[in-house]
Design a protein around this ligand. Structure first.
Ligand code: FAD
Length: 464
């Protein structure tokens, strides 16, 4: 029996959040003829999606075939399980890798997202399988999604914050209580209730900016650690699902980005140098020893934990050949002083207080590994175009991790239905994107979050 609730709005599908996962789900549900409403607590769409680099991963694509890159769903699955320390929920991961290619193709064919003509490899992937949109920003895809949302006449209610899930006496989800005219600074607004006849899709993103929530899960991540996330990345929607009995999955698995700079706020411009150039072609050294200590192409958990263990910012170094060969434009990071250029390795060493002789010895040893094609010290996989670090000037950046991604979240099944602690579906409740836990296990690989948003966003929109 439905409780006597005074509803302010009636729709088929209520989508919470206007990032990649929410908009994808909204588009799919509307294309199937459903009356969809998207709510977004901020004044603008996009969440972390719009500030992301927009990189998406998929195996077995035409872009890979054109370059002779041999890849498979199994290879992507294995890479993600290795990084995830086996904590990945197998059915969800299988769903992700088997639908990543069609999700990527959907962004190209249905949304017309323009991608750069290149395929990249990031730490933890065994082959190049990452595709970057033009402009190296998620805004490129978000614009296309919003265009499709407008074409389908899907309303997006901004400044509308989802507060709690409303259910009937049997626990079936009926809709949500929201605050209209919401102001996140005061956390206030005008109460209203929205009835969603077919269901509610939670797509509210992660909790990287929620210091209270994240530091309960991982006490290292207090206010002294910065985040790359937008202020909106908080846990209230996730908590509303837990309140009605949704199961939580691995909430303490919170990812830090090792490619972040302590010399700028938020995500900034340094990561384009660190993640796209330095980790592939350069080295990271501890300035107090002048030595390498981590496989630069290891997954994010390995790199971030290794730097945190050192206890102070470390120095990433690449040469000008690497920068030129990569083709990436890092001028903004240089202009902001996040990446610095040094005429000689000795000058670089002096600038960071590194012993010059030890640093030179570390670089020479690494250069030997490049020539051998194998890193005998730290087992960094050498990319095909790897070359010795020897061509001046040299580029350097300080590295100190920032909170980046929430691997944990609510439990779902392969149909994006939210599950309770007995593994039963909560009727009428779906979730997709970063609010979901379990796909990535202990550590997410680069570009796999956006694949997850599109794959499970589509599934949620189709099944609701
Ligand atoms: C700087 C940066 C770069 C990244 N680069 C990449 C990359 O290149 N490739 C990759 O795969 N991943 C990347 N990621 C991760 C990836 O972008 C995110 O995991 C993904 O975009 C999350 O999408 P989402 O739709 O789940 O959530 P979001 O895009 O964060 O959207 C969630 C939305 O929900 C809204 N919301 C939250 N709470 C409420 C509420 N109570 N009521 C109403 N609305 C609410 C938020 O305001 C937000 O707009 C990056 C992340 C960051 C921060």
């Amino acid at each position: 029996m439905e409780k006597a609730v005074q509803w302010d709005e009636l729709v088929d599908v209520l989508v919470v959040g206007s990032g990649f996962a929410g908009l994808t789900a909204a588009i799919e549900a509307a294309e199937l003829g459903k009356k969809v409403l998207v709510i977004e607590k901020m004044k603008r769409a996009g969440g972390n999606s719009i500030i992301s680099d927009g990189g998406i991963a998929a195996p077995g694509t035409q872009l890979q075939a054109d370059r002779g890159i041999v890849d498979s769903e199994k290879s992507m699955y294995d890479d993600m399980v290795t990084a995830g320390l086996g904590l990945n929920h197998p059915k969800l991961l299988r769903t992700l890798v088997s639908q990543a290619r069609s999700a990527f193709e959907w962004t190209v064919d249905a949304l017309q997202v323009p991608y750069l003509d290149r395929v990249d490899i990031f730490g933890g992937h065994s082959v190049a399988r990452c595709y970057t949109p033009q402009g190296v920003t998620g805004a490129t895809m978000l614009k296309r999604m919003l265009k499709r949302v407008a074409e389908l006449s899907i309303p997006v209610l901004y400044s509308t914050s989802f507060r709690s899930i409303l259910t009937d006496n049997q626990g079936r989800v009926l809709g949500g209580a929201v605050l209209r005219e919401y102001d996140y600074r005061t956390n206030t607004g005008v109460p209203a209730k929205i009835r969603a006849q077919r269901g509610v899709i939670l797509a509210s993103g992660g909790y990287g900016a929620d210091v209270a929530f994240r530091s309960i899960q991982d006490p290292r991540l207090d206010e002294t650690i910065q985040t790359t996330n937008k202020v909106a990345a908080t846990a209230e929607v996730l908590k509303s699902a837990l309140h009605i009995g949704a199961a939580s999955v691995q909430l303490s698995q919170i990812q830090l980005g090792a490619w972040a700079s302590p010399d700028e706020q938020g995500f900034g411009h340094g990561p384009l140098f660190a993640d796209y150039i330095l980790f592939q072609y350069g080295v990271i050294v501890d300035p107090s020893t002048g030595r390498r200590f981590v496989n630069e192409l290891g997954d994010r958990r390995q790199s971030a934990d290794a730097i945190l263990r050192i206890g102070h910012p470390c120095i990433g170094i690449a040469d000008s050949r690497a920068v030129e060969h990569s083709g990436w434009d890092i001028s903004r990071a240089i202009r902001k002083g996040v990446v610095k250029i040094h005429a000689t390795m000795d000058e670089l060493a002096a600038s960071y207080g590194i012993d010059a002789a030890t640093l030179q010895a570390s670089i020479s040893r690494y250069n030997g590994f490049v020539q051998d094609g194998a890193d005998a010290d730290l087992q960094k996989p050498m990319v095909d175009e790897a070359s010795p670090i020897e061509e001046a000037p040299f580029y350097a950046m300080r590295l100190w991790p920032k909170v980046h991604f929430s691997m944990g979240g609510v439990a779902i099944n392969e149909r994006s239905q939210v599950l309770d602690f007995d593994g039963r579906t909560i009727k009428g409740l779906y979730a997709a994107g970063e609010v979901v836990g379990g796909v990535h296990g202990a550590s997410r690989l680069g570009s796999c979050a956006i694949s997850e948003c599109v794959v499970f966003g589509r599934i949620a929109g189709q099944n609701v």
